[in-house]
Design a protein around this ligand. Structure first.
Ligand SMILES: Cc1cc2nc3c(=O)[nH]c(=O)nc-3n(C[C@H](O)[C@H](O)[C@H](O)COP(=O)(O)OP(=O)(O)OC[C@H]3O[C@@H](n4cnc5c(N)ncnc54)[C@H](O)[C@@H]3O)c2cc1C
Ligand code: FES
Length: 286
């Protein structure tokens, strides 16, 4: 974890109320992995005390640039849109646990709901770099909220569902899963909680539906990795990136807990934000 003075190099509105910003922060860009986040402080004069967490949307070690993609929903995010190239902000990161891809997985299914795109976007880059095939299922309310395909690597198969049918398939993105689950070796998701919960239910029933849910004879064999470990996530079919309101983002305030399936509260900032889907007690309604 490092504290960087990140210099804004680019800022543009890519969708109504949604911004993509690039920052020069070489140490962060070199260290960040898909699924991690940065905690960003607005300038002193803004009167904003708490930092704001944002997923690392992309990180390019060669140029030292990381990007964040955010929706303006309050004072902090509004303040960030007023920054101009050359301005610097104080960025802490990379924080949290990243996605873990099983080295044997060749086909990755990424599922994003709305702003959840920012949570899985970097995994597409990492997977393509490592020679994997990636299908991205994206869900939005309507065409005006659909993430531009030009912001994804060409190699990604991009499939869109909109609630009102104005672009792509009509319905929820989760309804596309049956067409892709047999193809996928692993799935990774970020989005609204009901979407993640629906995906977790589908993942739990996958073995019965498909008959084959293991990749190679070793998966599921040998020692069961400790819950919460990187090995447990690597072995899971579905990993989810969770969002909770955060205070400290370093594990001290307990402001971000969700209930784990073992009955232990899990801090999204430390034990997450990425979890194996069966590590979360979805029914607990924390
Ligand atoms: C690990 C993590 C990664 C995140 N990544 C992204 C990202 O990539 N892009 C993005 O747009 N947002 C992301 N968020 C949410 C983002 O941090 C909040 O939208 C932001 O802090 C709001 O700041 P604000 O000052 O504009 O709003 P505030 O004035 O602080 O809040 C405005 C309203 O939004 C609600 N709110 C604030 N934070 C959250 C939250 N985390 N979940 C639900 N409601 C919230 C508040 O309760 C309030 O009603 C992430 C959150 C977490 C925990
Ligand atoms: S935000 Fe403080 S413990 Fe997670």
């Amino acid at each position: 974890m490092q504290l960087a003075a990140a210099e804004l190099t680019g800022s543009r509105q890519i969708l109504p109320g949604q911004w993509l910003q690039s920052y020069h922060a070489p140490a962060l860009a070199a260290a960040a992995r898909a699924g991690q986040f940065v905690h960003v402080r607005a300038g002193d004069w803004s009167g904003l005390v708490l930092r704001r967490p944002f997923s690392v949307n992309t990180a390019d070690e060669a140029s030292g640039v990381i990007t964040i993609h955010f929706r303006v929903i309050g004072r902090g995010t509004d303040w960030f849109t007023r920054l101009r190239p050359g301005d610097t902000i104080d960025m802490l990161g990379p924080l949290g646990r990243p996605f873990e891809v099983d080295p044997r997985s060749r086909h990755l299914l990424l599922v994003a709901g709305g702003l959840g795109m920012a949570g899985v976007r970097m995994l597409a880059d990492e997977a393509i770099r490592d020679g994997r095939a990636v299908t991205m299922l994206f869900g939005a309310a309507s065409a005006r909220d659909v993430y531009p395909s030009t912001l994804l690597p060409d190699e990604v198969e991009y499939v869109v569902a909109t609630d009102d049918g104005s672009l792509g398939r009509r319905g929820f993105v989760t309804e596309l899963i049956p067409e892709y689950e047999a193809w996928a070796d692993q799935a990774f998701a970020c989005g609204p909680r009901p979407m993640l919960e629906a995906l977790a239910r589908l993942a739990a029933g996958r073995r019965e539906r498909l008959g084959v849910a293991s990749l190679g004879r070793k998966r599921g064999g040998g020692k069961t990795p400790a819950s919460g470990s990187a090995a447990a996530r690597r072995k899971a079919f579905l990993q989810v990136s969770m969002e909770q309101n955060m205070g400290c983002a370093v594990g001290a305030c307990l402001g971000c807990v969700v209930m784990g399936s073992g009955g232990q509260p899990q801090r999204v900032c430390r034990e997450g934000p990425v979890f194996a889907s069966d590590e979360i007690a979805w029914e607990s309604g924390w």
